[in-house]
Design a protein around this ligand. Sequence first.
Ligand SMILES: Cc1ncc(COP(=O)(O)O)c(C=O)c1O
Length: 415
Amino acid sequence: MTISKSKLLFERAKKVIPGGVNSPVRAFGAVGGWPHFIKRAKGARIYDVDGNEYIDYVGSWGPMILGHSHPRVLEAISKTMVDGLSFGAATELEVQMAELILELVPSIEMVRMVNSGTEAVMSAIRVARGYTKREKIIKFAGCYHGHADSMLVRAGSGAMTNGIPNSGGVTAGAAKDTLIARYNDIDSVKLLFEQNKGNVAAVIVEPVAANMGVVPPEDNFLGKLRKLCDEEGALLIFDEVITGFRLAIGGAQQYFGINADLVTYGKIIGGGMPVGAYGGRREIMECVAPVGDVYQAGTLSGNPLAMSAGIVTLKELAENPGIFENVNRLGHKLSEGLKKITNNTVKAVGSLVCMFMTKEEVTDYDSAMKSDTRQFGKCFNYLLNNGIYIAPSQFEAMFISNAHTDKDIDETLEK
Ligand SMILES: Cc1ncc(COP(=O)(O)O)c(C=O)c1O
């Protein structure tokens, strides 16, 4: 395998971009070596600038559930772009997108489009505070909700990979209203409610924690959160940036049969374009400006290209429910295969899979942290050198798309 162009590009990149990358995990810091610069992608395969081909289990970190360069998505973008790229004004595509989301996700009565998952979460939290007139937010250690200041407290994903559970530049003031509970431990949430009686605006949770590896909710954890929030008059926010339109067309809410008050989206909802969204019950969403007094805005929000890509992606998923069956089946096949071959702890929910480099049970941040990350680095590099591209961190999911085949999974397991 040649990687000389990538290496040169990385050297150039490091001189002009912090760490050579526009998002930290991409730098391969946790696994050694240097990033393989990607030139193109099609279906379940990506190709780097040195001409190497890989079976891709990153899928742009989740959006590419239909596979890369899906013809329907490309066609939609091409058609839309000839009429202009951005107007900063209302368009019919935005209405179509909102109507489609409402049709597919029954708990959502109003939705606002933004440009990233980070923005979606940041806005949903502001709305929760505006609606409840309370200040505290409960989040879970190891859950990642984007990089808004208040969410960078014991965050997962890159913040976990790089060992920066609390980011520099986050003030004590921004962090002080974020209370940290333990995933899958309802008593830790109850305790925080007791200690902050009448002051908790919302509990935000990844319904399947997919930024500390993949950690499923256990023992009706989400149902218990729902009940507790209702008793305490706090809102339940599902961060479905990863699970939305992936576990089922109605996301984790449908998959687990539990509705949240506010839901955040990103990734799949933009079909590969930069998009996020947040939505929920009408009375809550009517707090948002210009109807209500919670301000939130965006120059490029509802961008026509992003709307086109997202709309056809959601339609393709809605019209072909077999896609969910297929990706979930492949997820199961991969996770069972990995368990058999390695004896390691493998966690999977639907098309999200993670092999932890430990044989111990993983249910939360602390148990996920017991994984042998050095061993992961070795495994990652072995796979990379053999044409299998997984995320360069132990604490990320493998994402399966509808373009993956049984043969891809077999080939991966054989390596
Ligand atoms: C659950 C979750 N929430 C929020 C985000 C932030 O989304 P973005 O990277 O689009 O800002 C991510 C990103 O991976 C995520 O996984």
